[in-house]
Design a protein around this ligand. Structure first.
Ligand SMILES: [Zn+2]
Length: 354
């Protein structure tokens, strides 16, 4: 056993749909990647009369973070086998009963989209292991060094960071195609990014979103542009009065508004993830807001949560980013242990969410 290649990730998703037809729905993403690869997501949930809320999980936005895809494929397989077999789940020292597995899939539609950026993964596995972006040559001018857009900077959230952020903030995002955090020419310029947004539109009852990345051993929640505050609603990403003030650490000029109830729930769910993970073999992940890793714009989690604030017709999606492990491509034996860690955390997260 080793890391799955691009074809194997896709066939694993399709095989699970074939093996568990009454518990799954295969979702074809509408847009092929830049190099023409087609992707599927898998909806997992028991049939129910009443519509259910959804939790969307994505992986593989960053090409070199190989294990994210396996984490999501294994989570799907574990839950489906346990539900069908009327059994519980054991991840090292963290265990879930058969009743908990039933409660999860009876109460929730879990949607896994394990490989958002297949071209990047293929390139990383075949040629350049530390490749991060997609393989879009549009802004390269024929220079191979300028190929690719960072999918997790290409979402529509404070995309014009030179206007939005303080000159001293130094958010980890770039307008230069040579840079590994190149944001692309405009929000949603990349088909891989548009596929993720399409999934939220296609599943309007999505209430939770977790994007799986590596590495830092953190469970991050919104926001990523600045510290959070719950007392000044007008101090928010939509208000141009605060342009040039965002993103500085430890200042009084700006902090991003997050309602107290949402802030409490986000911290609680992040903590529950870390608790489930810790029980497996004692690894300690830290729940914190994304800004405390580093300031960003255009990330998937901030976009997901910002949608209901930009457009009140859209549902509220509480959004998170996992940063698993201590290296991008651990030896497979260690990756297998990380898969157990993170999947136990995700099951605990879902049980706390519903
Ligand atoms: Zn990443």
């Amino acid at each position: 056993m080793s890391y799955l290649n691009v074809t194997e990730v896709e066939s694993a998703v399709v095989s699970l749909a074939t093996a568990f037809p009454s518990l799954t729905r295969l979702i074809a993403l509408p847009e092929p990647s830049v190099e023409g690869r087609r992707s599927h997501a898998l909806l997992i949930g028991a049939e129910s009369v009443a519509p259910k809320d959804s939790c969307v999980l994505t992986g593989g936005l960053h090409a070199r973070e190989w294990g994210s895809c396996e984490i999501l494929v294994h989570l799907a397989a574990d839950l489906l086998e346990a539900y069908q077999g009327h059994s519980g789940l054991a991840y090292g020292g963290t265990a879930f009963t058969a009743d908990q597995v039933r409660r999860l899939l009876n109460g929730l539609d879990l949607v896994v989209f394990p490989l958002v950026n297949p071209d990047g993964r293929r390139y990383s596995q075949a040629l350049e292991p530390m490749w991060r972006k997609n393989r879009d040559p549009a802004a390269s001018g024929g220079d191979p060094a300028r190929i690719g857009v960072d999918i997790n900077r290409n979402f529509d959230f404070l995309f014009d960071f030179t206007t939005a952020f303080a000159p001293t903030a130094g958010p980890r995002v770039s307008t230069d195609p040579l840079d590994e955090v190149y944001q692309g020419p405009r929000p949603f310029s990349e088909p891989e990014t548009r596929n993720v947004a399409w999934l939220f539109d296609a599943l309007p009852r999505t209430r939770w979103y977790v994007d799986v990345h590596s590495h830092a051993q953190d469970m991050l929640y919104v926001w990523g542009d600045d510290e959070n505050q719950s007392v000044e609603p007008d101090m928010n990403f939509r208000n141009p009065a605060f342009d040039g003030a965002r993103g500085a650490a430890d200042d009084l000029d700006y902090a991003e508004f997050l309602e107290k109830g949402d802030a409490d729930t986000a911290l609680l769910l992040a903590a529950r993830f870390c608790q489930g993970l810790h029980g497996v073999r004692g690894r300690t992940y830290k729940p914190m807001s994304a800004f405390h890793l580093y300031p960003t714009s255009g990330t998937s989690d901030d976009y997901a949560f910002s949608r209901h604030l930009v457009d009140p017709d859209k549902g509220k999606i509480l959004a998170f980013t996992i940063e698993w492990g201590e290296q991008f491509q651990p030896p497979w034996a260690e990756m297998e242990r990380i898969i157990l860690d993170v999947d136990a955390g995700l099951v605990q997260f879902c049980l706390a969410a519903i």
